[in-house]
Design a protein around this ligand. Structure first.
Ligand SMILES: C[S@@+](CC[C@H](N)C(=O)[O-])C[C@H]1O[C@@H](n2cnc3c(N)ncnc32)[C@H](O)[C@@H]1O
Length: 370
């Protein structure tokens, strides 16, 4: 059989750069391991396939009916595009739920960054997969910790780390433990008069991030309500829901590329009684929001791209804000002061003033040029 053409895969619509690839050694090890096991595609589940390398290589090798869960809207779109480009089909996309895992006997997992996300996935495997399921989780050695084994060990009895190969390592976990009646996620907490609901993969969990808090303080100063407000990269929806509570006459859209964030923000809106005024969408950089249709954008941008610090992810969201804001509309942004985003905001959006500066964070307001 010819080698699967991994290098033809693209990350698009995610950020692309010469030093960023659409597959890694962990993908290759997971595929090799799956091919060595005699489990049909219909009983195989892939979780965290970044751009489709695992699903597509296995589909190409004749494993049909694979079920896939990807958290990111960008990853989902990249998988679809890569599949179309290679003429491959026959896998199905799912949320992290029973439809994904029922009857699964092999689960391949690209280890997520956060332990909470790993805990939610491991619980879902123990809850819904077949009793003889084999979970093979992999990651880059430099990002792996013993805590990941501990977290896996709470849901599966046997957890065995394999020898590292080409700086990646697989962990094999078997024999699901009995699960508690209530799943460990979402977590619900009260923070400054707000009820926050968080799935494992949501930024900051059920806590208010310090940067978010600084932005909320600034927004709390007397400002007229705007008709349509967008929380861009909404996480658990803290900004969107706070705005909706403070301004009952406003319509708020919250959007994030992470499915865990979207589920969390929907639940946060419902828990605070504003689900009728906060619409939450799973999208990449607000691509489904029409141009010049928003009066205010609220943004606490990401600055980590995968495990490396890369400002491309924030730039994408500044460009999105510039596109969706109506002329004269306002972008409120909070960022780590060391990042010095002000010149970029001025260039991409328009006149930018500093509204607040703490030792760690800066809040700015940029006005969309007419
Ligand atoms: C720093 S967190 C802020 C979350 C929330 N607004 C808060 O203040 O707690 C940044 C969020 O942006 C989201 N994000 C990153 N890139 C995105 C993109 N291209 N489109 C939509 N959301 C994105 C991340 O998933 C994450 O939830």
């Amino acid at each position: 059989m010819p080698e699967f053409p991994y290098s033809s895969l693209r990350r698009w619509p995610d950020v692309e750069a010469d030093n960023l690839q659409a597959h890694d050694v962990t993908d290759l090890l997971l595929v090799e391991r799956a091919l060595a096991l005699d489990v049909p595609g219909s009983e195989t589940v892939v979780v965290g396939d970044e751009y489709g390398a695992i699903t597509l290589a296995l589909t190409d090798a004749g494993r049909h009916g694979i079920r896939v869960h990807q958290d990111l809207a960008t990853g989902r779109r990249a998988l679809q595009r890569n599949a179309e480009g290679l003429g491959l089909a026959g896998f199905t996309a799912h949320e992290l739920d029973q439809t994904l895992l029922a009857g699964a006997r092999l689960v391949l997992l690209q280890l997520p960054k956060s332990l909470a996300e790993l805990e939610e996935i491991a619980d879902a495997v123990a809850r819904w997969a077949a009793p003889d399921v084999v979970l093979v989780a992999g990651g880059r050695v430099k990002h792996m910790t013993l805590r990941q084994n501990e977290v896996l060990g709470r849901s599966l009895t046997h957890v065995q780390a394999q020898r590292a190969e080409r700086k990646s390592r697989l962990i094999v976990a078997t024999e699901p433990r009995p699960v508690p009646i209530d799943p460990p996620f979402p977590v619900i907490a009260q923070q400054d008069g707000l009820t926050l609901v968080a799935h494992g993969g949501a930024f900051a969990g059920a806590r208010l991030d310090i940067g978010t808090r600084v932005l909320l303080d600034v927004l709390g100063r007397d400002r007229p309500a705007a008709p349509h407000v967008l929380d861009l990269g909404c996480g658990t929806g803290a900004l969107a829901v706070s705005y909706a509570l403070a301004h009952p006459e406003s319509r708020v859209t919250a959007t994030d590329r992470s499915a865990a964030a979207v589920a969390s923000a929907r639940a946060t809106a419902a828990a605070n009684g504003v689900a009728d005024r906060v619409t939450v969408t799973h999208d990449d950089a607000a691509s489904e929001i029409p141009d010049a249709s928003v009066d205010i954008v609220l943004l606490n941008p990401p600055f980590h791209l995968g495990a490396s610090v890369h400002t491309g992810a924030a730039t994408r969201l500044f460009e999105a804000a510039a596109r969706v804001l109506r002329p004269g509309g306002e972008l409120f942004t909070v960022y780590n002061s060391s990042l010095g985003y002000r010149p970029e905001l001025t260039r991409l959006i328009g006149v930018t003033e500093q509204l607040q500066r703490t030792p760690k964070f800066t809040v700015t307001r940029s006005i969309r040029e007419l």
